[in-house]
Design a protein around this ligand. Structure first.
Ligand code: MG
Length: 228
């Protein structure tokens, strides 16, 4: 599918390698008398609405988070204020996005064994390295870039320099896998990387020429490209 084999691969974190730890959030919600339904499903539907309604053309990234929480609240049938308080509590000591997605470990291990440099470029709050450590993924990554740490946020393509330079990679030989077109693919394309979109839940409505459904599928595509 892609024209050339990659020299390195960068990943988005939330919605790509890790997701919200739903059990921890549910405990905090139940402690407030709320009974969340289908939290996992509501999480994926909320991520997809990021594409449809909260893209950079609609508002600033800072506007996105309160709307994200309100959408998740309505998706799991709890009052927004209760969700916001429960989220803050559950996320306070341990970043909540520390649950590895299916295939994350296996994908990173396979790519490393194939000699490919791998890293993360994430819009996060300064704690994504911690979260990836708890998810068991940090030790498999050659570089972790957190937007709050470097002061540059996707879709600004300049954020990729913080990963490309330490890895000695040129943009054109680097693939970037994310879960949103508006933030991830747009930024990667603007930086000259080869963008890929992962659609774990099969809910995406935005077109992209390189879309995959799982991290296992992605690893296979990468390994196939090496043998071509
Ligand atoms: Mg994401």
């Amino acid at each position: 599918m892609a024209a050339t084999r990659p020299g390195g691969i960068l990943f988005d974190a939330g919605g790509t390698l890790v997701r919200i730890h739903a059990d921890r959030l549910a405990v905090a919600l139940r402690a407030r008398g709320a009974d969340p339904r289908d939290l996992g499903d509501a999480f994926w539907r909320t991520l997809v609405r990021l594409e449809d309604e909260f893209s950079p053309s609609v508002g600033a990234f800072a506007d996105w988070w309160p709307r994200w929480l309100a959408t998740l609240a309505s998706g799991c049938g709890v009052p927004t204020q209760v969700l916001v308080e429960a989220y803050q509590e559950a996320d306070q000591d341990l970043h909540l996005w520390d649950d590895p997605l299916p295939g994350a470990t296996e994908c990173l291990v396979q790519l490393r064994e194939a000699g490919i440099r791998v890293g993360v470029v994430s819009n996060a709050d300064g704690r994504i390295a911690q979260a990836l450590r708890r998810a068991g993924l940090a030790e498999l990554l050659d570089v972790i870039v957190d937007s709050t740490v470097v002061g540059v946020y996707k879709p600004d393509p300049a954020i990729f320099n913080y990963a490309l330079e330490p890895l000695g990679l040129a943009p054109a030989e680097t693939w970037y896998l994310g879960d949103t077109v508006a933030y991830d693919a747009a930024a990667a394309d603007a930086a000259g990387l080869v963008s890929w979109i992962i659609d774990h839940a099969g809910l995406h409505t935005v077109d992209h020429p390189r879309r995959i459904r799982s991290l296992v599928e992605f690893a296979n595509i990468v390994l196939d490209s090496l043998s071509e």
